[in-house]
Design a binder for this molecule. Structure first.
Ligand SMILES: C[S@@+](CC[C@H](N)C(=O)[O-])C[C@H]1O[C@@H](n2cnc3c(N)ncnc32)[C@H](O)[C@@H]1O
Length: 286
C-alpha cells in the first residue's frame, strides 16, 4: 500500500514587537530573497520577522542569527530551552496584570531580576503591555517606556512560543549575541546575508537609535558598508535595508543598480502625525 506522508510545517512569527520590525515589509523582502543558498545570516535579528518567515519554510539551510542586544538573545535561547517555564511565568504576569494593570506594570518595570526565566518573562511582558510595544532603554540601560493603552493585550501567545521552541530545537540554528562584523566572519560564496541595521536617521528629529544602550552611528554605517563590499567580493548574496537618506545613497553609490525604493509605514514615533508613509531602501548585490 502506498504510504502517504504529511509534512506539517510550523508557522512562527516574532514573539516581541521590535523597533524597525519587518513584518509589514515581508512581501517585498521575500520577493528579493534568492531561491537557493547554503547558509542564512541575519546579524541584526531584532524581532526576527524575516528569519521566522523563512525558517517556517522547508529550506535545507544552516541558520546563523545574532544581535548585539544580550537580553533579546537570552530570550531566544530561553524560549528554545525552557519554553514551558516561560509560559508559566507569563501566565502569572498576565493574571497579576489583569487584576490591576497600572501598578503591576510599573512594579515589574522597576524590578531588575537576575534569574533567566524572570528576566525573559519580564522582557516579553513589558513588550506586550508597554506603550507602542517597543523595547527601548535609556542611557543607563533601563527600560523606560510607559504603560500602553491596550484593553486586552495578548501577553501569553502560547501557540507561537511553543512553535518557536520546536523550530529552534529542530533546525540547525546558531543564535548568538555579537557584533555584526564578528557574526559575518565566515560567510562564503554560497551564502545569503540579510542586513537590517538600525537606520541612518533622515532628519535630526528622527534619531531613534536606542535599541541597545550603545548607539549605531554613521561610523557604524560605514563599517557596515565596508562589510557589504567584502561580502560582495567573496561572492555572497547580500540584501540590506536602510533609510532613504543622503548618507546611505552616497555610501552605496557603486551598488546603485541594486537599489529598490519602497514606501513604508513606520510606527516608531509616538507622535501619531509622524506616522506617515516614507521611502526606505532595499539594496542588493545580486
Ligand atoms: C532594525 S533592528 C532589526 C529589526 C528586525 N529586522 C525585525 O524584524 O525585528 C536593528 C537591530 O540591530 C541590533 N544592533 C545594533 N547594533 C548592532 C551591532 N553593532 N551588531 C549587531 N546588532 C546590532 C539592535 O539590537 C536591533 O535589534
Amino acid at each position: 500500500m502506498k504510504q502517504e506522508y504529511q509534512f506539517l510545517s510550523i508557522t512562527t512569527k516574532p514573539f516581541v514587537k521590535w523597533a524597525g520590525g519587518k513584518r509589514q515589509l515581508l512581501p517585498i523582502i521575500t520577493r528579493n530573497i534568492p531561491e537557493k543558498f547554503e547558509r542564512y545570516y541575519e546579524p541584526f535579528l531584532g524581532g526576527g520577522a524575516v528569519f521566522f518567515n523563512l525558517v517556517s519554510q522547508d529550506r535545507k539551510v544552516k541558520w546563523f542569527v545574532s544581535d548585539l542586544n544580550s537580553d533579546l538573545i537570552l530570550s531566544y535561547a530561553t524560549i528554545r530551552d525552557r519554553v514551558k517555564e516561560i509560559i508559566s511565568a507569563l501566565e502569572a504576569h498576565a493574571e497579576n496584570y489583569f487584576k490591576n494593570p497600572n501598578p503591576y506594570y510599573y512594579k515589574v518595570r522597576e524590578n531588575n531580576p537576575k534569574g533567566q526565566i524572570d528576566k525573559v518573562s519580564r522582557l516579553i511582558f513589558l513588550n506586550k503591555t508597554c506603550f507602542n510595544g517597543l523595547y527601548r532603554v535609556n542611557s543607563k540601560g533601563k527600560f523606560n517606556v510607559p504603560l500602553g493603552r491596550y484593553i486586552n493585550p495578548n501577553i501569553v501567545n502560547k501557540e507561537n512560543l511553543l512553535a518557536i521552541s520546536r523550530v529552534l530545537q529542530s533546525k540547525d540554528i546558531s543564535i548568538k549575541c555579537q557584533d555584526f562584523e564578528v557574526a559575518l566572519k565566515h560567510v562564503g560564496k554560497e551564502d545569503f546575508v540579510y542586513l537590517d541595521p538600525p537606520y541612518q536617521p533622515i532628519s535630526t528629529t528622527a534619531n531613534f537609535t536606542s535599541y541597545t544602550n550603545g548607539n549605531f552611528d554613521y561610523q557604524d554605517q560605514k563599517r557596515l558598508f565596508e562589510k557589504f563590499k567584502s561580502l560582495d567580493r567573496k561572492g555572497a548574496k547580500v540584501l540590506l535595508s536602510n533609510s532613504k537618506s543622503k548618507e546611505i545613497l552616497d555610501l552605496f553609490e557603486e551598488f546603485a543598480e541594486g537599489i529598490i525604493e519602497i514606501n513604508a509605514n513606520r510606527f516608531i514615533n509616538s507622535v501619531s502625525q509622524k506616522r506617515t508613509g516614507h521611502t526606505e531602501l532595499l539594496i542588493k548585490n545580486f
